[in-house]
Write a protein that binds this ligand. Structure first.
Ligand code: NAP
Length: 343
């Protein structure tokens, strides 16, 4: 591989182990001095991936100070925010401070941007000890620097939306884009079930499926409060309450198996239920970072489930604009996402 390509992927920032790509590294060099093809961002806010935040919160019994200390410890030791348990990160917003002369990203100093590459591969240095964060929210006010490589995509923040909203929507923008693509490819008006349908990626995925002319839309939520909110949002034809980690209960709640199941929960253990809820010949899109590859693959084999399983790629061309437009144009999506952002 040419030196240029390696640099564009950030291999020169890997400290340990040598020779891997930044995402697989256990330690990156977060030095804020940039190379000619890099961009330095002054960090304003991190958005921790939902699965990572849930895992950290549960591991520390909801103690915000301990969660903050854990995040600081990870960033300090790794030079990036890469949850070692979930393997996930999140993304960030900030202001472009310096652009190397060879950067192809088209960014200018002063641009306010959201990174659309994972924090698991973004060199990050925090300088404020996360003093303004109580450890109880996915969004983390922060000060420090981050570095973008030549292949690290970023979106200039829209000026018509609050930063917190844009950050929340952009963090999960891969989900509606992937759902739209799967629905299109599935042919004539496939039925779709979304697990975690009242969450951020879940409601955007429902809206994307509707726009892509899906057939029956089933939203699976875990309690009556979420069911009421989702019904009021009007994004699904059928709203059912089930624990996505209970395969038999989930399949019973969904009823007639669907052509496409989109897994948007932030907790582990939804693989088998998703498979059972999906018709033979159908597709399961695992957007959740809490998904286990072995549980999905071996579960499908054990059930003789003839389904296509897709890993929810966080990147699809045009994904950021699609998700922001869905938020702007769909009152039901705003009604579900806004309270989460405020909380
Ligand atoms: P979110 O807004 O917190 O939504 C998750 C939803 O799942 C919530 O409504 C939650 O209910 C529900 N849920 C949790 N456990 C459940 C269960 N056992 N049964 C039924 N519902 C359950 O999360 P998000 O930000 O949309 O993220 C969703 C997933 O996408 C996470 O796993 C995250 O890691 C992943 N993600 C993937 C990518 C990618 O590139 N593939 C990028 C970003 C995020 P409660 O609110 O009641 O807990």
């Amino acid at each position: 591989m040419s030196d240029l390509l390696q640099r564009s992927l950030g291999v020169h920032r890997v400290l340990e182990p040598a020779g891997v790509l930044p995402q697989a590294a256990t330690r990156l060099d977060p030095d804020p001095r940039i190379a000619p093809d890099e961009v330095r961002i002054a960090v304003e806010r991190l958005n921790l991936d939902a699965a990572s935040f849930r895992q950290l919160t549960e591991a520390h019994g909801g103690d915000g100070d301990a969660v903050r200390a854990a995040v600081l410890g990870i960033v300090e030791s790794q030079g990036k925010m890469h949850n070692p348990v979930t393997g996930s990160g999140g993304m960030l917003v900030g202001t472009v401070e310096e652009v190397g002369p060879d950067s192809p990203l088209g960014l200018c100093p002063g641009d306010r941007v959201a990174t659309l590459v994972s924090l698991t591969l973004t060199p990050l240095r925090l300088t404020d000890g996360l003093a303004r964060w109580d450890g109880r929210s996915e969004q983390v006010p922060a000060q420090g620097t981050a570095v973008l490589f030549a292949r690290s995509i970023a979106a200039v923040l829209p000026d018509d939306l609050p930063t917190e909203v844009a950050l929340a929507v952009l963090d999960v923008c891969g989900a509606p884009a992937a759902t739209e693509r799967v629905v299109h490819r599935a042919g004539h008006r496939p039925s779709v079930a979304v697990l975690g349908a009242a969450g951020k990626s879940g409601c955007l995925s429902l809206a994307a499926a509707r726009d892509a002319r899906a057939g029956r839309l089933v939203g699976v939520v875990r309690n009556e409060a979420e069911a009421a909110a989702l019904r009021a949002a009007g994004l699904a034809d059928q709203v059912v309450v089930a624990d996505a980690t209970d395969p038999l209960a989930l399949a019973a709640a969904v009823g007639r198996p669907v052509d496409v199941t989109v897994v948007c929960v932030d907790a582990p253990g939804a693989e088998h239920g998703a498979l059972l809820a999906t018709a033979d010949g159908g597709t399961v899109l695992f957007f959740s970072m809490a998904t286990s590859f072995s549980a999905a693959a071996l579960g499908a084999e054990g059930m003789a489930a003839d389904v296509t399983m897709l890993v929810g790629n966080g990147y699809t061309p045009g994904h950021a604009a699609l998700a922001l437009d869905l938020y702007r144009c769909t009152p039901g999506v705003r009604a579900l996402i806004d309270p989460r952002v405020r909380a």
